[in-house]
Structure formats: structure tokens, C-alpha cells
Write a protein that binds this ligand. Structure first.
Ligand SMILES: [Zn+2]
Length: 429
């Protein structure tokens, strides 16, 4: 039962309170018309549609559509009843028939009659298609209605709220208790049609003339000052609070950043998230900068695998070693440095610091960042290929890949913006 109504009757001589429980019929809406996609492939569908479209309609365009949709329901229901009611059964029968014909054909492959009957498999395909479409639509409906536990709980809550909103008992004007949805509806309808009683309105609190004048009066400076100072300090980062920029001035951006607790960006972010960087390269580089790549020295902490670098077999594979100090990749950086005319640095930290502090124009800096990220990406790729496939990648190959990818990227980006044409000559040398 959807709805249960309990009435506590007045306590009598005994200390029991009798409860009157009634299970009521709930006025649920009419079942809605469900459109099945499989009808679209039926030759009858088009005919029905054409027939009903050619009829004459009155009123506005919207009424036109509304009438058409209402009229078309019945023939579509009829179509469904005639041809699709037992679609799954039909599919089974046709499949068995087709199977039998095909079996017979194997024995007599040249039988003309059997051949022509076998060509009738289009019918089977049509039925199968319709049947699958119906299953798809049904499972979608089920998924929507009871997809997961959250949706189920949500739907149950909606239903509960709906039930709570039902009014079953109401007192009418003369104070008589009226029971039943029909009765309540009638009272509501009658009340809604009556004009609002002014006397009833005047019974509550009313704004007097002076208050009315106050409401339409313009704001004074004092009002504005009061409003400004009534804002909580958390919401108004000012000159001396933490919401200002470095020089103490307040700006909307700094205030917002402070409100959302935005942390200061690390310096290397410029290097990793440059405009020219290829996203997949940037991602690997970002993990490296955060020291989060699964290098062997990290894995060795949690698993039993040896931390030794597989490329040089000499030192532990840490982030710094693998990407900068390892003898196997030293030449990759060397090649990249020659290409971009950069100087060598002793350690990874110094190298990053040096690249960040370079004094070049914007486009050149972007190209350098992109190459930096590409090299990281291909070193990581080479390391993985060596470990998982057992084949090494030569320095020449890595440099060739970096070169090709960056040049293509620069040319592609330059096509629209023309920002990089100063660098292109240098890159193509
Ligand atoms: Zn190594």
C-alpha cells in the first residue's frame, strides 16, 4: 500500500487508545506513454506518421503538435500490440526456423528453394534488431529507476516526501472534518476560486505609512558604512589582513585566493605547465617534480624489488639518478643542450633552477620548457621499455623523437598565432 492513514480515537474508560488504520487508494497519475525506438524501423511506422501528419489541425503550431502527438498514441499502441508484443518469442521462433534451413542447406547446398528461404534471414535480423533495441531501452529504464543504492535511496526519499505532502483530512469553513482525497480536493478548489478576503489580510501584521516611506527611502552614507562594517572579518580581507597581495594592497584576485585557501604555486609549475608543452609530457614531468613516479628506489620501500638502476646497473634508481645522473641518459641531455644552446649543470636541482632563471624571450622559453618535458617523457619511456620489454632505446632515437615532436608542435602552434616564427629557424638547424 502506498498510503496508510491512522486515526487515534478518543481514549475511553480503559487505558487503551484505539487506532483506526485505513489503507487508502492513492490518486497516482496515469501511466505515461512510452515510445519504443524499435517502432521506427517498422514500415508501418512511417505510414502512420504520414497519415496523421496530413490530417487537418486547428489552432497554433503548438496545439497542432500537441493534437498530433495525442492522436498518434493509439495507432502506435496498436502497432506495438500487433507486431511487438511477443518480440522475444518471435525472435526465438525465427532463429530456430533459420537454423533448420541452414542445416538442411549444408546437406543440399544447391537446393534453390532452400536458398531462397535462407535469404529471408533479413526478417530475422529485423526482429533481432528490434528485440535488442527493446532490451536496451528496458535496461536503461531500469538503470535509471534503480541504478544504484544512492539513486534508490533518493527515489525512496522523494516518494516519502510526496506521501507526506498528501492531505487526507481537512476542516471546511464550518469546521467539519472532511476525509478523503476527493473531498479535500473539492475544498481546496472552492477556496482557490474565492477572492482573498481583505479582512483576513488585515488580521496579520501590516506595514504602516511611516514604515512604507522608510522602505522606499534612498540609502544614506551611514547605512552603507554600517553594512560594510557588519561584514564578518573572514569575508572582508582588507589592507592589513592576509588577503592582500605582497605589497599589502587588496585585490579581488588575492582576496579570492585567500578565501579558498589557495596555496602558493611551486616555482617549477612554470616549467611543467608551459603553453607549448605536450600534455602527456607535462603529466610525466609533473609527477617527476612531485617525486611521485614509481622509480625503483620508491618501490623498494614497499616491495621486495631491488632498487638498482636497470640502465646503468651501478646506482639506485632514484628520481634524480634516472633523469639526470644516470650514465645511460647523460648524452640525451647533452644533445638537448647543444640543440638549445644551454650550459651544463652539476645536479638536477641546479639544472631546474638554471632553466627557470634563463633570460630569453617568451617564445624561446616556451620551446625550452617543451623540450625539457619531452626529454623527461622519453627517458621515462625508454626506462619502461627496458624493464618491461627488455629492449633498450638509443640516445639518438630519443633525441630524434624529441626533435620531431617539438618541431611539429611549434609549427602547429605557430600556424594560428605566429608567435614562434623567431624560434623556428633555430630549431630547424
Ligand atoms: Zn642508472
Amino acid at each position: 500500500m502506498d498510503y496508510t492513514h491512522v486515526t487515534c480515537t478518543v481514549q475511553g474508560l480503559s487505558d487503551h487508545t484505539p487506532l483506526k488504520i485505513s489503507f487508502l487508494y492513492c490518486p497516482n497519475g496515469k501511466p505515461s506513454f512510452m515510445f519504443c525506438e524499435m517502432w521506427c524501423w517498422d514500415p508501418m511506422f512511417k505510414r502512420i506518421l504520414l497519415e496523421y501528419c496530413q490530417m487537418t489541425y486547428h489552432g497554433t503550431q503548438m496545439q497542432h503538435v500537441y493534437t498530433l502527438l495525442t492522436r498518434i498514441k493509439r495507432p502506435l499502441w496498436q502497432l506495438n500490440r500487433d507486431r511487438y508484443l511477443d518480440i522475444h518469442e518471435q525472435q526465438g521462433i525465427t532463429r530456430r526456423k533459420l537454423g533448420m534451413i541452414q542445416e538442411q542447406l549444408q546437406e543440399k547446398p544447391l537446393d534453390r528453394e532452400l536458398l531462397s528461404r535462407e535469404r529471408g534471414r533479413d526478417t530475422y535480423m529485423h526482429i533481432l534488431h528490434s528485440s535488442l533495441s527493446l532490451i536496451k531501452q528496458q535496461s536503461k529504464a531500469i538503470w535509471l529507476s534503480q541504478g544504484d543504492q544512492c539513486t534508490q535511496a533518493f527515489m525512496a526519499r522523494i516518494k516519502q516526501r510526496k506521501m507526506q505532502a498528501y492531505v487526507y483530512v481537512l476542516k471546511d469553513d464550518s469546521g467539519i472534518l472532511k476525509e478523503g482525497f476527493g473531498e479535500v480536493a473539492q475544498i481546496m478548489l472552492r477556496i482557490s476560486r474565492e477572492p482573498i478576503d481583505r479582512e483576513v489580510m488585515m488580521e496579520g501584521t501590516v506595514v504602516d505609512l511611516e514604515q512604507q516611506m522608510q522602505l522606499i527611502a534612498p540609502f544614506t552614507d551611514k547605512d552603507i558604512k554600517d553594512a560594510m562594517f557588519s561584514i564578518h572579518s573572514v569575508k572582508s580581507p582588507g589592507r592589513n589582513s592576509n588577503g592582500g597581495t605582497k605589497d599589502g594592497e587588496y585585490s579581488v584576485h588575492s582576496g579570492y585566493a585567500w578565501c579558498i585557501n589557495e596555496l602558493e604555486k611551486p616555482k617549477w609549475a612554470r616549467l611543467t605547465w608551459g603553453r607549448l608543452n605536450i600534455p602527456r609530457h607535462a603529466f610525466t614531468s609533473w609527477l617527476l617534480m612531485k617525486q611521485r613516479l614509481p622509480v625503483r628506489s620508491r618501490l623498494a620501500k614497499y616491495t621486495g624489488i631491488p632498487a638498482l638502476c636497470q640502465t646503468c646497473q651501478m646506482e639506485d634508481e632514484s628520481h634524480e639518478h634516472l633523469f639526470y645522473n644516470c650514465i645511460g641518459i647523460i648524452d640525451v641531455w647533452k644533445g638537448a643542450r647543444q640543440w638549445l644552446q644551454l650550459t651544463e649543470k652539476q645536479s638536477w636541482q641546479e639544472w631546474v633552477k638554471y632553466v627557470l632563471a634563463l633570460r630569453r624571450n617568451k617564445a624561446q622559453k616556451q620551446v625550452i620548457c617543451a623540450v625539457f618535458n619531452a626529454v623527461i617523457y622519453y627517458i621515462w619511456g625508454a626506462r619502461n621499455q627496458l624493464i618491461f620489454k627488455g629492449t633498450g632505446v638509443s640516445t639518438t632515437h630519443i633525441l630524434k623523437m624529441v626533435n620531431e615532436q617539438i618541431i611539429q608542435r611549434v609549427l602547429y602552434k605557430n600556424k594560428g598565432s605566429q608567435n614562434y616564427h623567431t624560434c623556428i629557424d633555430q630549431l630547424l638547424r
